[in-house]
Ligand binder design. Structure first.
Ligand SMILES: Cc1cc2nc3c(=O)[nH]c(=O)nc-3n(C[C@H](O)[C@H](O)[C@H](O)COP(=O)(O)OP(=O)(O)OC[C@H]3O[C@@H](n4cnc5c(N)ncnc54)[C@H](O)[C@@H]3O)c2cc1C
Length: 475
């Protein structure tokens, strides 16, 4: 019997699992997909928001600020790329300049430090490619960028290194019993027993709540399409936002921590988890991005993708014990800035909610440090040479676009949480993430997966059962 079972392997469930592993508790994470970081935490903007956006007094405002402050330390411990690049909310009219003042005041009320309104000359100094129509901006110096799936995988891996268990392909469909003896059933008949449960199921969190008779909130999907351009570390430095209007925040233009240029997201209500990219959505992004910047290198488009926000009818984070089930905690409605807030949400959930039921005795062997998955490219010539002498697999380049070696892929398949499919390797070490989108390295990655797990090539999947990449022999 576990003390606690966390449902949902996104950044929130992952950070909570890691926080729980700091204590002497038997904990596990249940995820319906073949890997972790498969929901909102896979496809989002990757911005560690400064915290000026959320309404003062909301949970979003509180946890955004706390999370933004925790992010440098958490990412350092987990070996995850994070950069304090700053954010700029850009104004294109006098009306928008007035809105910047309101945003600045709101940010200051929320406790954000170092907010400054800058004029067009300073804006151009900071961002030489900004549109000539831009009049000024709100500069949030504490804004940052982080890779969302890298953070999720690292948090879960670190929790597992410290004793937590992970069950993938565990789609929760039924919950019986109650505190201190819940029985959690998966679609395929697997059962896990736990004294208490934490619901972090993102888009699925309403369904999980309903399983214990809790109908206190509804979750809907709002999809956001993106365009990813190739590496260009110089084109844009800060994250560029449009000034929000009654219609919403609009798209952003940003650099990612891996130096790609990211454009998006759109906002469209969807019935289900619809992750299709559309010609209309992609065209809308291009139009707006070109209003923000001049000389956008659009010819370097690598791919388009979509994330689906789990928005909630309460319009704020739900971080509470269910009124329908004792020892059953919700982390639901975690839309933006949920990525930024995740480390702070995890601390709150464990120290304020879980602590009511469990004595939090420190795990004396807890080690917060995890070495990065993807690193060879950034080593010096001498360091590369020394590593290859010791482990020749680092001398075989598998992904030429992103410069990923066999050594890194082997590590990704062996360390917690193991990459067991092609996309899992891609999210951990970026093989297949580059310009050719796996055209060159995918067969090589498949060979490595087959060898590592003793599988036939036609058993290798892109992202779990039903996504096999080979259908049979052609000769
Ligand atoms: C387009 C977009 C842009 C965003 N941009 C930002 C940003 O720049 N900065 C920021 O701070 N935030 C941003 N966010 C918000 C952020 O991505 C989310 O708040 C965060 O990822 C939520 O994490 P989560 O763990 O709650 O949910 P998820 O990552 O969705 O994880 C939920 C997990 O639960 C699993 N699950 C669901 N049902 C079941 C079940 N029945 N059984 C088992 N497992 C189940 C899912 O497979 C999934 O892995 C953005 C979100 C989107 C969609």
């Amino acid at each position: 019997m576990y003390d606690l079972a966390v449902i949902g392997g996104g950044v929130v469930g992952g950070m909570i699992l890691r926080e729980l592993s700091k204590y002497q508790l038997k904990v596990c994470l249940l995820e319906k997909e073949n890997d972790v970081a498969m929901g909102q935490s896979k496809a989002n903007s990757g911005i560690a928001h400064a915290g000026f956006d959320a309404a003062a007094g909301s949970l979003k405002a509180k946890f955004n600020l706390l999370g933004s402050k925790m992010m440098p330390e958490v990412t350092r411990e987990l070996g995850v790329k994070y950069e304090n690049n700053g954010s700029l909310v850009v104004a294109f009219s006098d009306e928008e300049l007035a809105t910047l003042e309101i945003l600045k005041q709101r940010g200051e009320q929320n406790g954000v430090e170092g907010l400054e309104i800058i004029d067009r000359e300073r804006l151009r100094e900071l961002e030489p490619n900004i549109s000539k129509n831009a009049l000024g901006a709100l500069h949030a110096k504490t804004g940052g960028i982080v890779c969302p799936y890298e953070l999720t995988i690292a948090a879960i891996g670190n929790a597992m290194d410290n004793g937590a268990d992970l069950f993938c392909n565990f789609a929760v469909t039924k919950i019986e019993g109650g505190y201190p003896s819940y029985r959690i059933f998966a679609e395929d008949g697997q059962v896990v027993e736990a004294k208490a449960i934490i619901n972090c199921a993102g888009l699925g969190s309403q369904k999980i709540a309903n399983l214990v008779g809790d109908n206190s909130f509804t979750i809907g999907g709002r999809k956001g399409e993106y365009i990813l351009l190739d590496h260009d570390p110089e084109f844009v430095h800060n994250t560029l936002f449009f000034t929000p209007t009654a219609k919403g925040k609009g798209i952003l233009v940003s650099r990612t921590v891996d130096n790609n240029i990211l454009l998006g997201p759109t906002a469209e209500e969807v019935e289900e988890d619809d992750r299709a990219t559309t010609a209309v959505g992609q065209a809308a992004i291009l139009k707006k991005a070109q209003e923000m910047c001049e000389n956008l290198p659009l010819g370097t488009k690598v791919t388009g993708f979509t994330g689906v926000r789990a928005y909630c009818d309460r319009h704020d984070f739900i971080l509470e014990e269910s009124k329908a089930a004792k020892g059953f905690f919700h982390c639901a409605g975690i839309e933006s800035p949920g990525l930024t807030s995740a480390p702070a949400i995890a601390k709150f959930v464990v120290e304020e909610l879980v602590a009511k039921y469990f004595a939090l005795e420190k795990n004396p062997t807890f080690n917060p440090i995890r070495t990065p998955d993807y690193f060879f490219k950034n080593l010096s010539f001498e360091e590369k040479n020394a590593l290859i002498q010791k482990e020749p697999a680092y001398g075989r380049m598998i992904c030429r676009c992103e410069m990923v070696t066999e050594g890194e892929i082997l590590r990704a398949m062996r360390e917690n949480p193991k990459a067991t499919d092609v996309d899992g390797v891609k999210r951990r070490v970026r093989a297949g993430m580059g310009r050719c989108q796996g055209g060159f390295c995918q067969p090589l990655v498949m060979e490595l997966l087959a060898k590592e797990f003793g599988l036939a090539p036609n058993e290798i999947t892109k992202k779990g059962k039903g996504s096999e990449l080979l259908v049979g022999k052609c000769k």
